[in-house]
Ligand binder design. Structure first.
Ligand code: AMP
Length: 171
């Protein structure tokens, strides 16, 4: 996993001063690194049975469909407002300043389906917690959440108490 960490580019002060951005594009373009990341996420997702994998816009989309394929299940996107064409359900969540919203098609998850949630970074946990709420709003069960990177110092896990969380890399 140290090999994977070496492929993550840290960009200071992006997108605004004081934020250290963990850029996974340098991992994605490395064939072995990309395969190792997908493999790690797949192994994480094999710890609890899944019927569906959700990816969170936008960088979750780089990983989630590959994990779904490896598991032999389908993929569904969780998107920013007004991107999905059919009927949606949404959840609003708090940002540092103001609020944001995430949406999913209302027929993306069948009641009782077990769902893995995949994203690149677990930071404060707001995005992941909102996604877990969307799953439950549609009658699904959150099997677990898998991330490439977890920023331990932001304690995103506190917003996901009681849930199964796997992260390949910790900062
Ligand atoms: P949060 O809701 O705070 O856990 O933020 C998670 C979302 O924001 C993820 O979808 C990440 O892609 C992105 N994100 C937050 N902080 C960072 C960071 N320092 N570097 C890269 N991505 C981040």
């Amino acid at each position: 996993m140290d090999h994977l960490k070496a492929l993550i580019r840290e960009v200071p002060d992006f997108p605004k001063p004081g934020i250290n951005f963990y850029d996974i594009t340098t991992l994605l373009k490395d064939g072995k690194g990309l395969a190792a990341a997908i493999d790690g996420l797949e192994k994480a997702a094999r710890t609890a049975p899944a019927d569906l994998v959700l990816g969170i816009e936008a960088r979750g989309f780089f990983f989630a469909p590959a994990v779904a394929t490896a598991l032999g299940v389908g993929f569904a996107p969780v998107r920013k407002p007004k991107k999905l064409p059919a009927r949606t359900v949404s959840v609003e969540y708090a940002l540092e300043y103001g609020t944001d919203r995430l949406e999913i098609h209302e027929d993306a998850i069948q009641p009782g389906q077990r769902v893995w949630i995949v994203d690149d970074v677990l930071a404060t946990g707001g995005t992941a917690a909102a996604t877990a709420q969307l799953v439950e709003k549609l009658g699904g069960t959150v099997a677990g959440l898998a991330f490439v990177i977890e920023l331990d110092f932001l304690n995103g896990r506190s917003k996901l108490a009681g849930r199964t969380i796997h992260s390949l890399l910790h900062y």
